[in-house]
Design a protein around this ligand. Structure first.
Ligand code: BEZ
Length: 180
């Protein structure tokens, strides 16, 4: 690669990029909505008891806020290989256009990770209380599923990003915890 690339993160990459980058920018994509519809058997759950992590579902007119990272060409291949490995449980990387926010707003080509319904770990939609209960009981090698949800919600608040699905789940887990 000869030019910087942009990587768009809307899940754990928002709060834990763990790769070298030159710039971090709030960003938004259109036509996609963030959903806790992907099963996690290798990070936030185990094969016998999968957790739930985010993927994107197509939805005309929807906006999904996240973060774009600018990665230098010398490390881009290594960064992508690392993410391909980390996200091998059902995600594929796809090209898209992102809107970079903040000073100097502009559009840029980017890559992101997507788990589509044809992957074996896909769980799909469920009522918010059921997803919240699954998140509360799930743990995996990367830690509690609850940590993933709460960190994502906190990071989205820091970005002043709206996300009805994530914040409804956050409220639901707090409610369930307070009733235990
Ligand atoms: C992310 O954008 O944070 C992300 C989501 C799913 C898989 C890999 C990365």
């Amino acid at each position: 690669m000869s030019q910087d690339i942009w990587l768009f993160g809307y899940g754990s990459l928002v709060w834990r990029p763990d790769f070298e980058h030159r710039e971090r920018r709030p960003a938004v994509i259109t036509g996609w909505t963030r959903r806790f519809w992907q099963g996690s058997t290798d990070h936030r759950g185990v094969p016998e008891a999968p957790g739930r992590v985010v993927t994107l579902a197509p939805e005309p007119g929807a906006r999904c806020h996240g973060v774009a990272y600018r990665v230098a060409p010398e490390v881009a291949d290594q960064v992508i290989a690392g993410l391909d490995h980390r996200e091998r449980g059902g995600y594929v990387s796809v090209a898209l256009e992102v809107q970079l926010l903040g000073p100097d707003p502009r559009r840029a080509p980017a890559r992101m990770y997507l788990a589509t319904p044809d992957n074996p770990n896909f769980l799909g939609p469920a009522p918010v209380p059921m997803i919240a209960q699954q998140i509360l009981r799930s743990h995996g090698p990367s830690g509690p599923n609850l940590e993933y949800l709460l960190r994502l919600a906190e990071a989205l608040r820091d970005l002043a990003a709206e996300d009805d699905h994530v914040f409804a789940l956050e409220r639901e887990v707090r409610d369930l915890q307070s009733r235990r």
